[in-house]
Design a protein around this ligand. Structure first.
Ligand SMILES: Nc1ncnc2c1ncn2[C@@H]1O[C@H](COP(=O)(O)OP(=O)(O)OP(=O)(O)O)[C@@H](O)[C@H]1O
Length: 328
């Protein structure tokens, strides 16, 4: 995929009232007909121009949230504005302001990619002279397949076509629901390059992903949903910094027969015959102090490796705490 992003020819004019967030969600709840409360009072602003990650375990409510924004699921209560347009009062402009790439691959297998994009542009009422079909085909590297039947495309090509399809009306916001599930690494990288180029052009990007590393690398802000509730909403850097635990792994010149002790140690365990992992709180000690404490116990240290908590650790910690609160 090249790093070109489509022109913003057809974006709806922004409402007059200043600069609202790209998406503003207020006390949004959804209870499905069987009684399942999939979203519970979620209030969230997605800033303009951001790459925003919506994370959560399976069944947390991410797709429900996205489907409400897409107009495919009816909310039970609360409100949502997209680009300043209320999804109830101004559904047409709200829909025109967002492009959704759903989890499932959906298009008619008997249309070619070019026809698929043209049909979709027609559906959004984009005038013929303002269509960006060729540009999109190039951007998602499908120009050679423009005339092939969609059913003959590979899985990766189909997914790229889905992204192009979400962009035919040049929305200021694109939402990708688990875009890289089952997609190989090379293609994933190409997809992210394209997403980054869209963002560099000013498009707000919202993505749900199970790949925490990816979210950490791509997103400047992350919200975490668990059991339908918003449990975190922070700049990525702050969220990662919440994992204030650091681990020092020391390799010894002899087998471990007793574990070292230190006031700053939160956890000490032998992780091999000659290796010990010591976890400590970065607010209370430094790695140097931890190593000094080990040496004070006359351990013969031959190697030291340190590891900081990453988003995965924070995610697990937050969801665990939330689950424990819910069970209490
Ligand atoms: N149409 C529906 N009817 C009843 N329950 C539903 C429906 N759609 C989703 N749910 C339930 O609502 C909850 C939230 O589902 P949702 O698909 O929004 O989660 P998710 O975070 O997107 O999960 P995943 O990552 O697995 O897609 C789940 O318990 C799910 O089983």
């Amino acid at each position: 995929m090249t790093a070109t992003a489509p022109l913003a020819a057809n974006r709806p004019a922004q409402p007059a009232s200043g600069q609202p967030p790209a998406i503003a969600i207020r006390e949004l709840s959804k209870t499905y007909s069987g009684g399942k409360r999939a979203l519970d009072n979620v209030t969230l602003d997605i800033p303009r121009g951001s790459v925003f990650g919506l994370l959560g375990p399976n069944g947390a409510g991410k797709s429900t949230l996205i489907n409400i924004l897409a107009g495919m699921v009816k909310k039970t209560s609360g409100s949502a504005e997209i680009w300043g347009f209320d999804i109830d009062r101004d559904p047409r402009n709200a829909k025109r302001s967002i492009g959704i790439v759903p989890q499932e691959i959906m298009f008619d297998p008997f249309f070619t990619p070019r026809e698929t994009l043209e049909n979709q542009a027609g559906f959004y009422g984009v005038p013929k002279d303002q269509r960006i079909t060729e540009e999109l085909l190039r951007a998602v590297r499908l120009e050679d397949k423009a005339e092939a039947y969609a059913r003959t495309l590979s899985g990766g090509m189909k997914r790229r076509l889905m992204v192009a399809k979400a962009m035919v009306h040049s929305p200021p916001i694109i939402v990708l629901d688990e875009p890289t599930a089952g997609v190989d690494i090379e293609l994933r990288q190409q997809l992210w390059d394209y997403v980054r180029s869209l963002n560099a052009e000013g498009v707000t990007v919202v993505l749900t992903t199970h790949y925490l590393e990816e979210a950490e690398e791509l997103c400047d802000r992350i919200a975490i949903i668990n059991h339908g509730k918003l449990i975190a909403d922070k700049p990525t850097r702050e969220l990662v910094a919440m994992g204030r635990e650091k681990t020092v792994v020391v390799t010894l010149g002899q087998d471990v027969d007793a574990l070292p002790q230190g006031r700053s140690f939160e956890k000490v365990e032998a992780i091999g015959e000659r290796q010990i992992a010591i976890t400590f709180d970065m607010d209370k000690a430094t790695a140097g102090e931890v190593i000094t404490a080990v040496q004070a116990g006359h351990y013969d240290i031959v190697d030291v490796v340190t590891r900081e908590a990453d988003l995965e650790d924070v995610f697990l910690k937050l969801t665990r705490e939330n689950n424990a609160d819910a069970a209490a």
